[in-house]
Write a protein that binds this ligand. Sequence first.
Ligand code: ZN
Length: 244
Amino acid sequence: MNSFSYKEYIHILDLLQDHYPIMDYNEVGEDTDRFAVIRHDVEFSVERAYKMAELEARKGIFTSYMFQIRNNAYNTFSIQNIKMIKEIYQLGHKIGLHVHLGMLNDISGLKNYVESDIKSMGNFLHIPIDRFSYHRPPKEVLRKELSLENYINTYDKKYFDFKENDQDLEHVRIKYIADSKHRWNYGYPSEDLLKQYAKVQLLIHPYSWTEEGYESQKNFEELIKEKESIFRNTLKSETKHYKE
Ligand SMILES: [Zn+2]
């Protein structure tokens, strides 16, 4: 099985389902003693997020798709992307903001920054945006444990065990598993790992995953090809003087 293939992802989902109730963030209460929550931070490709959302929905699994509004790889507010994100929502998934902190000047303004970006997103998309995750959060941001009345912080104590020291990550109440940088730095979601923990948050970046399953560099090359073809189509539809 190629790693980072859809087949492998389905296998991981099956394994999770065997070990936990897969829950939405809003179903986890203070006294929930066993759960897995799954979120997807969308960094580069709404198209790949859409494919993953379809794959999960076919299995009856519903997760959270978090989109950026300040990155340079895709425009969350383009007509095509709004259409796809709405379809992801209609499949039964939740939609949230993946907070890019690049325009935050002072950490004391974090609350307003997040709230204002979520509201902007809701104004464009006209679907509920009820949650957020940080993009590459520094420790000072996690330490703040921002709690907003109307929005779920996926780094809330209920779903994430913040540790000042990385060596303490071995002793967490909630296991955080992520495929960041096309690697499993917090451990691979294997049977052996899962049976050690009653609570899990799984972060999967859709851009890393394809039908074929590629190693990191090849995956980027394929992603670039997809983006190129999207841009060519845009030129075609926006101009008459672009020749293929
Ligand atoms: Zn991110």
